[in-house]
Design a protein around this ligand. Structure first.
Ligand code: NAP
Length: 294
């Protein structure tokens, strides 16, 4: 399957559907009991079925997740894959970023990273210092593009002011239920400023599939799609928005992929926007609060 892409003015493009890897190899720590082979097989299945964008992070399973991704992709031509990885927020000083990028290259078994992302803003480290390191990595062709994650409008603007390279994306927790980045203006800002929004947690960890939500049931019947397919389709119907569901379960993966290749009517997109019950409007940042020390 060829997955449609969203394109920026500078030519940068990302498929509307990529593959998330949070939880593969462990969570915050490496999980020795993890079935790495199953994770590698799941990533390869996704690639065989048309996925080219894989999202990981040096933070996931202490870097072991990157090793799993590296193992999975090594049998494919590198230029056929778009790799996103991220530098953790506690490593945003100049030298730390460069070292972290090089360590990621080694774990991923690659010579370059397509999109290198700051995983979370760090209010204790000057973003100008961080962006200088990102510019260096671009100059040295270690990374091809700069991205950010969980940055609000003020934080994104400060980062963009500190580099002449156009920052291509902002990863945000956004889905039918979690609307914080829409309510605080971050989504609108990205859409108006030629930035791709990478919506993370698109299924809300399967929540949309198992909660018998009336409005989703009605849309499911109308379009003959599952509630999760409706939820993912709703995301990618929006300007500049792509998403990265994670699944190591083949049935889940196929269901998620079934969100592509068809369109909802604009009036239904709006109904889901305005009438979905129990939306959450705050942006949670508990991980950051726990991990960052002044
Ligand atoms: N930048 C950030 O701060 C940030 C934060 C969180 C996540 N992310 C990225 O975004 C990706 C996606 O977010 P996420 O993994 O948190 O959430 P998600 O993709 O919404 O959900 C993943 C979870 O839901 C299950 N699932 C997936 N599809 C399903 C389906 N069709 N039916 C039922 N259950 C299903 C998966 O189980 P199975 O594996 O068993 O299918 C997994 O436990 C992550 O993997 C990560 O790459 C980024």
């Amino acid at each position: 399957m060829i997955i449609e892409k969203k394109k920026l003015k500078n030519g940068f493009e990302l498929p509307v559907f990529g593959f998330g890897t949070w939880g593969m190899g462990g969570r915050d720590k490496i999980n020795p009991e993890n079935d790495d082979k199953a994770d590698i097989a799941a990533i390869r299945t996704a690639i065989e079925m048309g996925v080219i964008h894989i999202d990981t992070s040096a933070w996931y399973a202490e870097g072991h997740c990157e090793e799993i991704v590296g193992e999975a992709i090594k049998k494919y031509a590198r230029e056929e894959i778009l790799l996103t990885t991220k530098v953790p927020p506690m490593k945003l000083h100049y030298k730390d970023i460069i070292n972290s990028a090089k360590e990621s290259l080694s774990r991923l078994g690659t010579e370059y990273i397509d999109i290198y992302v700051i995983h979370n803003p760090n209010p204790f480290i000057d973003i100008r210092e961080s962006m200088e390191a990102f510019d260096y990595l671009i100059d040295k062709k270690i990374i091809k593009n700069i991205g950010l994650s969980n940055f609000n409008v003020g934080q994104f603007t400060e980062a963009q002011k500190s580099t002449d390279n156009h920052i291509v994306c902002n990863h945000l927790h956004y889905n039918l239920k979690h609307r914080g980045p829409f309510s605080d203006g971050t989504i609108g800002y990205c859409q108006e400023n030629d930035i791709i929004i990478v919506a993370w947690r698109p299924t809300q960890k399967g929540f949309f599939g198992c909660n018998n939500i009336d409005i989703l049931n009605k849309m499911s019947q109308k379009y003959e799609k599952t509630p999760i397919q409706i939820a993912i389709n709703w995301l990618i119907s929006q300007k500049n928005m792509v998403t990265i569901p994670k699944s190591r379960n083949i049935e889940h993966f196929k269901e998620n992929l079934g969100a592509l290749g068809w369109k909802m009517e604009k009036s239904d997109i709006d109904i889901l926007q305005n009438e979905f019950p129990g939306t959450v409007d705050i942006v949670e940042n508990t991980t950051l609060a726990k991990l960052i020390q002044p």
